[in-house]
Ligand binder design. Structure first.
Ligand SMILES: CC(C)(COP(=O)(O)OP(=O)(O)OC[C@H]1O[C@@H](n2cnc3c(N)ncnc32)[C@H](O)[C@@H]1OP(=O)(O)O)[C@@H](O)C(=O)NCCC(=O)NCCS
Length: 178
């Protein structure tokens, strides 16, 4: 796992205490616990999160990459991301979740900084994040806005009646290595 890009981790002594590394299949149970405890994901979405996680662990770098945040070797958050097929250097943040007990500690920011650094290192130029318009996703949308993601598109009733899609994007600076 490449080191975290410096300088984008603020606040939260807690976030400073977490270690980032590639997760393994031993973390699958914690991924399930964290996604279920988030309270925003339906059971079918938890299943998809696990599918993405399994893909990232089984064949890192094929379709998905994953990063885990660990406190004393216990997974407390994770993110999964990968290049979008049929695009030139557009990447998708497929999943991010932090143990709700630790929300607001800077762990999500730390994970996102890692993802963006890894995407930049692989030549990615645009990050796309899809989320929901539901009220209970208000904190999630605030999180993306805080990390300078811009609301780019929205589709009403996309996930379900009353549950629209909101698409956020962020352009990444080109890597110093070109
Ligand atoms: C979204 C999520 C990953 C954020 O992780 P987190 O560790 O709580 O976020 P952080 O503590 O790193 O916060 C980063 C920034 O976002 C802001 N932020 C986080 N939660 C916020 C909220 N509820 N309201 C307003 N701003 C918020 C913080 O103030 C912080 O800004 P700062 O560093 O300038 O102070 C976490 O809340 C989560 O797991 N949510 C449930 C799952 C989910 O919605 N996943 C995304 C699906 S699309």
């Amino acid at each position: 796992m490449s080191p975290l890009a410096g300088g984008d981790v603020r606040g939260a002594a807690r976030a400073d205490a977490v270690a980032l590394r590639a997760p393994t299949s031993a973390d699958r149970g914690r991924v399930r616990e964290i996604t279920e405890a988030s309270g925003v994901f339906r059971p079918d979405e938890v299943a998809i999160a696990l599918e993405v996680f399994d893909g990232a662990v089984a064949a890192p770098g094929k379709d998905y990459r994953a990063v885990g945040a660990y406190e004393d070797d216990r997974l407390v958050g994770f993110a999964a991301f990968g290049p979008v097929p049929c695009t030139v250097a557009t990447w998708d943040l497929y999943w991010i979740a932090v143990d709700p007990v630790l929300h607001g500690s800077g762990i999500g920011r730390t994970l996102m900084a890692h993802c963006e650094a890894a995407i930049t290192a692989e030549g990615g130029r645009l990050v796309v994040v899809e989320t929901s318009s539901r009220d209970d996703y208000g904190p999630t949308r605030a999180f993306y806005r805080r990390l300078r993601y811009h609301e780019h598109a929205a589709i009403t009733d996309y996930y379900a009646p009353g549950d629209g899609l909101v698409v956020y994007t962020k352009s990444l600076a080109p890597s110093v290595n070109g």
